[in-house]
Design a protein around this ligand. Structure first.
Ligand code: SAH
Ligand code: SF4
Length: 402
C-alpha cells in the first residue's frame, strides 16, 4: 500500500469539530460552479448579472468546459469573452472537494478522503470517501451520497457513523471531477472511448434514496452528453430498500437499480437491514417487479453479503432463487469485508462457492464480487469518515459565542 498524503491544501482549515469559543465572523467561501446542473448554472450566472438572453448559451459553454474538458480555471475558457471570464472569476470558483488523502491499493484501487466546503456557519466541513476500482476494460467509481447514514445495517461500517448531512448534487458530481483530475481522465470529446472511469455506482457512504433530489440532479449532470457524458445505463444506484422512493428513482433518473437484499427471511433481514421492519421483503420485491425500465436487458442487481453462519446456507440460496422468480435479476454475492469492532465473519470460500453454484444452476451467472482495495479499507461497507455531528451542547456554545 502506498499512501500519498496530500498535505491539506489549506493549512489554516478549521478543525472539523472546531467548537471555537471566540466569536469569529464567518464568510461563506465563493461558490463553485463545478458540478452544477445547467439550470443551477443559469441561476448563478443570472444572479451575477449575465443578461437573460445569454444565460442558456453561457451555461452550455461552462458545462462543456468544466464537465467535458475538465477546466479548473476560468482563464482556460477561450470562447468566453475576457470580460465575462473576469466577472466569473470575481464571483465564483471552479473548486472541487479538497483531497485530504489519496490511498492506492496493491490491486490498483484508489480511495480518496475528500473534505467538503462548510455548508453553513456552524459546519466546519465534512469528509466523505470515494473509491475508484479499475477492472479489465472498465473502471468503476463508487461515490458517496451522504456523510454517514441514518440507517444502521449491522454489518456495515458506515452504519456505525451517525448521519451528518446529505451531500449536494455538486458534491456528488465533485467526486467524479476529482477522480478524473487525479487519474488524468479528461478527454477532448464526449466519447466514452478510452475513458478510465466508465461506470458510477452509488455504493459509497449513505442511502441514496434518502437524498434523491440531489442524486437525481447529480445523475443529470453526469449523464449530460455535452458534459461528463456517462450513459444512464452505466450508473447504478444501490438502496437498502427505501420502497416509496424506488419508482421515482426509475422515472426521474433512468439509473440501474441495485438492492441490498442480504437475507431471504424477514426475521433475519430485520436484524441485518433494519429498514426491513418498515418495508418488508414482499413489499420490496413488489416494488422491484414494477421498477420503471427494468427488463431482461436491464436487470436489477441483488446484492447479498456472505456472512458466516448467518445467511449462507444452501437452503437460503434456494430460497433466494425462488424469491427472485419473475424479477429481471442479477445476483451479486459480496464476501463480507470486516472492519474493526464487527462480530461478523466472512463465509468460508467453499460455502460461498456452494451458494454460488446453486444460484448459477438457476440461471444467474458469475455472481461473486471480488473484494477490492481491502488493504486500504476501500471495500464495500468499509467506508467511514471521522466527521461527527456537532452535539447540541457544542452548537449552543457556538451560538452563545456570537
Ligand atoms: N446504502 C446503500 C448503498 C451503500 S452500501 C445500500 O445499502 O444499498 C453498498 C453495498 O455494500 C450494500 O449492498 C451494502 O449492504 C454492502 N455492504 C455494507 N457493508 C458491507 C461489508 N462490511 N462487507 C460487504 N458488503 C457490505
Ligand atoms: Fe447505510 Fe447502506 Fe450501510 Fe445500510 S448498508 S448502513 S443503508 S450505507
Amino acid at each position: 500500500m502506498t499512501t500519498l498524503d496530500l498535505a491539506r491544501r489549506n493549512a489554516n482549515a478549521a478543525p472539523i469539530l472546531g467548537a471555537r469559543a471566540e466569536a469569529e465572523p464567518w464568510t461563506p467561501p465563493a461558490p463553485s460552479l463545478a458540478g452544477l446542473t445547467r439550470a443551477r448554472l443559469m441561476e448563478s450566472l443570472g444572479e451575477a448579472g449575465v443578461p437573460e438572453r445569454q444565460l442558456k448559451m453561457r451555461s452550455a459553454q461552462i458545462n462543456h468546459w468544466v464537465h467535458n474538458r475538465g477546466a479548473a480555471e476560468f482563464g482556460h475558457m477561450t470562447n468566453v469573452s475576457k470580460d465575462l471570464r473576469a466577472l466569473l472569476a470575481e464571483r465564483f470558483t471552479l473548486a472541487r472537494p479538497e483531497i485530504v488523502t489519496e490511498q492506492i491499493s496493491v490491486d490498483g484501487t484508489r480511495k480518496w478522503l475528500l473534505r467538503l466546503p462548510p455548508a453553513g456557519r456552524h459546519d466546519r466541513g465534512a469528509e466523505v470517501e470515494t473509491v475508484y476500482i479499475p477492472e479489465e476494460g472498465r473502471g468503476t467509481l463508487c461515490v458517496s451520497s451522504q456523510v454517514g447514514c441514518t440507517l444502521t445495517c449491522s454489518f456495515c461500517h458506515t452504519g456505525t457513523q451517525t448521519m451528518v448531512r446529505n451531500l449536494t448534487a455538486a458534491e456528488i458530481v465533485g467526486q467524479l471531477l476529482v477522480a478524473r483530475d487525479r487519474l488524468g481522465d479528461w478527454s477532448e470529446g464526449a466519447s466514452e472511448d478510452g475513458r478510465l472511469v466508465t461506470n458510477i455506482v452509488f455504493m459509497g457512504m449513505g442511502e441514496p434514496l434518502y437524498n434523491l433530489d440531489a442524486v437525481r440532479d447529480a445523475i443529470e449532470v453526469i449523464a449530460d452528453g455535452e458534459g461528463l457524458g456517462l450513459g444512464r445505463r452505466r450508473i447504478t444506484v444501490s438502496t437498502s430498500g427505501v420502497v416509496p422512493q424506488m419508482k421515482r428513482l426509475g422515472e426521474e433518473t433512468g439509473a440501474q437499480l441495485a438492492i441490498s437484499l442480504h437475507a431471504v427471511r424477514d426475521d433475519l433481514r430485520d436484524v441485518l437491514v433494519p429498514i426491513n421492519k418498515k418495508h418488508p421483503i414482499a413489499e420490496l420485491m413488489e416494488a422491484c417487479r414494477t421498477y420503471p425500465g427494468a427488463s431482461n436487458a436491464r436487470r436489477i442487481t441483488f446484492e447479498y453479503v456472505m456472512l458466516k453462519g448467518i445467511n449462507d446456507s444452501p437452503a437460503e440460496a434456494r430460497e433466494l432463487v425462488r424469491l427472485l422468480k419473475g424479477v429481471p435479476a442479477k445476483i451479486n454475492l459480496i464476501p463480507f469485508n470486516p472492519w474493526p469492532g464487527t462480530d461478523y465473519e466472512c463465509s468460508d470460500w467453499e460455502t460461498i462457492e456452494r451458494f454460488s453454484e446453486i444460484v448459477f444452476r438457476a440461471g444467474y451467472a458469475s455472481p461473486v464480487r471480488t473484494p477490492r482495495g481491502r488493504d486500504i479499507a476501500a471495500a464495500c461497507g468499509q467506508l467511514k469518515s471521522e466527521t461527527k455531528r456537532l452535539r447540541a451542547k457544542e452548537r449552543i456554545a457556538l451560538e452563545a459565542a456570537e
